[in-house]
Ligand binder design. Structure first.
Ligand SMILES: [Zn+2]
Ligand SMILES: [Zn+2]
Ligand SMILES: [Zn+2]
Length: 491
């Protein structure tokens, strides 16, 4: 378990935000500022049967641990790699007769890890678990109740023969998990599958317009065994040039909210008031609520009010239909809503972007590619005006849109978008990430097709038919949820 590139950073006291990290030397776009393996991590309760408890990949045929019948693994290699982490848990689950919830499992794994390695597990680690904020004192009544129940159940679950901890100590661990638990995604980065603790990452403060991004890299499965030690490794990556001494920041929430809504989210989840430049100056708020101007004519306040109210209702309906898996209903509501929005709202209006995002995703899934591509294109154009040019969400959305265009036979736009997405993901995810590799393969494929298209359209179409039959580009998973937009996870 090694931390990499830790000489790039140093801990310092910020004026308003407590401790923080700053660059110890000049950094450039795409630099790995540091990489850190998880201190401890668990798979979500709801996905315990679908995700490998060792490498956190989603797999079809998982093998159950013969002892506790709870943990599941891809194969022997994954099981062996994880045994050190699982052995105490395995015995505890057997004794407890059922697996406790993910928070309790994670708290126990953290304590076993501390018992084994101490609070500091390597030279590069800049902080220890006991020094991290728990914000237990700031928690609302409801959450405190839940915390007490978790602590109670934890004490039942924790082996009675081992070292014992008092309620304060356990509460601190739960508090740390609550505000520092990092969302782990599956290998494609599309679905949240678990939660883990990365102590150094906890030192990186928030900014709504950050200079770094953090990405989970599952490593390369075909590499040597050493990859199993780099599994569940996060990379802090620089989004642009950072001067020596400049504070390093990441965004804990998606930028696409009005500044007051971001501030509220951050207050609720992380217990601080965001005073970043974008919040203080409300930068881009106007774009996010902008209306369409046709020949200098703005729509009346009344019309705008009607459309925004309609949009909010539509979003509720969509949410409901989506959870029921009723995708045709989703499409119907989206189409109706977009018809109302289009003449009134600007392409950067948040409500329109939300509908466009759902519409393009669901229509792609239903294989209405041409319509999906039109919506995806509008969405990406809006995103480009709002997001930082190297934002990971922008890169992922551009990639999905490029693939949708490819499916729709719109090779020129499709290839252009795939190239654009590739350029962003080279910075946010890096060349070794599995998504970037997929994207590179797509880029080469679409480049070849584009050349063929330009030379001879007939040959292009014949070849494309064949390609579709042999190896469809299958980036279109069932639309499960809104992607992963919060850095740290909150129940
Ligand atoms: Zn595995
Ligand atoms: Zn087991
Ligand atoms: Zn802010």
């Amino acid at each position: 378990m090694t931390l990499e590139n830790m000489d790039n950073v140093e801990v310092f006291d910020t004026e308003q935000k407590g401790r923080g990290l700053r660059a110890a030397k000049e950094l450039w776009a795409g630099d790995v500022v540091f990489a850190e393996p998880s201190f401890a991590a668990v798979v979500f309760d709801s996905l315990a049967n679908q995700v490998c408890h060792s490498c956190f990949r989603r797999q079809e045929n998982l093998h159950r641990c013969g002892q506790c019948k709870f943990a599941q693994y891809c194969d022997r290699t994954c099981q062996r790699a994880c045994w050190e982490e699982h052995k105490h848990e395995c015995a505890a689950i057997k004794k407890y007769a059922k697996p406790p919830n993910e928070n309790i499992r994670l708290a126990a794994r953290i304590l076993w890890r501390i018992e084994k390695d101490g609070g500091v597990v390597s030279d590069g680690q800049l902080t220890t678990l006991d020094k991290l904020e728990d914000h237990v004192a700031d928690m609302p009544e409801e959450d405190l109740k839940e915390l007490k129940i978790d602590v109670h159940n934890f004490l039942d679950y924790w082996p009675h023969g081992g070292r014992q901890y008092n309620v304060d100590c356990i509460s601190h661990i739960f508090g740390v998990i609550n505000c520092n638990g990092f969302t782990l995604s599956d290998q494609r980065g599309l679905q949240a599958v678990g939660v883990g603790i990365f102590p150094n990452l906890c030192l990186v403060n928030h900014d709504c317009w950050p200079n770094c991004t953090v990405i989970l890299n599952h490593g390369n499965q075909t590499a040597l065994n050493s990859i199993y030690h780099t599994q569940r490794r996060i990379e802090l990556r620089s989004l642009g040039k950072i001067a020596e001494g400049e504070e390093l920041t990441v965004s804990y929430v998606d930028f696409l909210h009005l500044s007051k809504d971001r501030q509220q989210l951050l207050k609720q989840q992380y217990f601080f008031d965001c005073t970043c430049e974008h919040c203080t100056k409300q930068i881009k708020d106007d774009l996010m609520m902008a209306t369409k101007e046709v020949e200098d004519q703005k729509p009346s306040d009344e019309v705008v009010k009607e459309v925004t109210e309609h949009s909010l209702k539509a979003l509720e309906k969509i949410e409901k239909a989506r959870t029921e898996g009723n995708y045709h209903e989703v499409v119907k509501v989206c189409r109706e809503c977009l018809e109302k929005q289009e003449p009134v709202l600007a392409d950067t209006h948040l409500y329109q972007l939300r509908i466009l995002s759902v519409a393009s995703e669901v229509l792609s899934y239903l294989q209405f590619y041409a319509e999906a591509a039109g919506y995806a294109r509008m969405m990406v154009e809006g995103y480009m005006k709002l997001y930082h040019p190297n934002n990971a969400q922008l890169g992922m959305a551009t990639m999905r849109s490029g693939v949708t265009h490819w499916h729709a036979g719109l090779i020129e736009v499709g290839h252009g978008m795939i190239c654009k997405a590739y350029a962003i993901l080279m910075i946010t995810h890096g060349p070794s990430h599995s998504i970037t590799k997929d994207l590179e393969a797509m880029r080469m494929q679409t480049e070849m097709e584009l050349r063929m298209f330009q030379q001879n359209e007939y040959v292009y179409h014949t070849m494309r038919e064949a390609a579709l039959k042999n190896r469809p580009m299958s980036m279109m998973a069932e639309p499960l949820e809104e992607g992963i937009k919060s850095l740290f996870r909150k129940k």
